[in-house]
Design a binder for this molecule. Structure first.
Ligand SMILES: *[C@@H]1O[C@H](CO)[C@@H](O)[C@H](O)[C@H]1NC(C)=O
Ligand SMILES: *[C@@H]1O[C@H](CO)[C@@H](O)[C@H](O)[C@H]1NC(C)=O
Ligand SMILES: *[C@@H]1O[C@H](CO)[C@@H](O)[C@H](O)[C@H]1NC(C)=O
Length: 175
């Protein structure tokens, strides 16, 4: 009898633990798929820990850590130097990356750890940097214009040729 009772208590405990583990989650994760070169990019990692204390929130770019938030540490915010990563401002969930460039590109991962059983949540997504329109240099811009002007000229000329050809034919027909 005592054994059964013990068994029930154990099962209940296990279920409770599973429930706790299941309820911890990353509630919002945003890494833009694309960002223009030279622009700012906001990345977000919000978490629902059901009231359990956060141990650390870490951000990685291609598995290299660039940001750590550890609320219980003497200095809760830690910024690690990673090429192409410039943080304008940040808090426990949001980071604003400044002046993104080709070196910023890669896989961005957020890792949330709790004090409870050192549970860790992880999510990641790829950010691609695309050349901005302003970085189009003058030569590209003007060569596009030249092509447009050439096409227009060709259109005008061929139109003129058809028209004059037609009028010549008319003249021939008249005489
Ligand atoms: C942060 O961004 C603001 C505009 O949102 C800008 O005025 C400021 O210079 C930036 N600071 C740094 C350190 O990049
Ligand atoms: C973090 O900053 C964003 C805006 O940059 C704000 O919307 C959000 O509420 C802030 N979160 C906390 C926990 O302060
Ligand atoms: C301008 O653009 C062309 C083609 O995209 C490139 O080959 C050239 O190096 C660029 N010139 C400058 C000065 O950036």
């Amino acid at each position: 009898m005592e054994n059964i009772f013990h068994h029930i208590i154990n099962s209940f405990f296990l279920l409770t633990c599973l429930q706790v583990v299941k309820s911890l989650r990353i509630s919002e994760f945003i890494v833009p798929r694309n960002a223009f070169e030279g622009s700012d990019a906001r990345i977000i990692c919000s978490y629902d820990l059901e009231g359990y204390p956060l141990y650390t929130l870490k951000w990685y770019r291609n598995e290299e850590e660039f940001f750590r938030y550890e609320p219980k540490a003497k200095e809760p915010y830690m910024y690690l130097p990673v090429k192409g990563i410039k943080i304008n401002r940040s808090n426990s969930t949001h980071i604003l990356l400044s002046n993104v460039n080709k070196f910023t590109e890669g896989s961005f991962a957020c890792e949330v750890s709790t004090d409870i059983q050192f549970q860790t949540l992880h999510q990641e997504s790829h950010l691609t940097i695309v050349a901005s329109r302003s970085s189009d240099n003058l030569s590209t811009y003007s060569s596009r214009n030249v092509i447009t002007v050439l096409l227009l000229l060709q259109l005008m000329v061929s139109h003129q040729i058809i028209k004059s050809h037609f009028s010549v034919n008319l003249n021939v027909g008249n005489s």
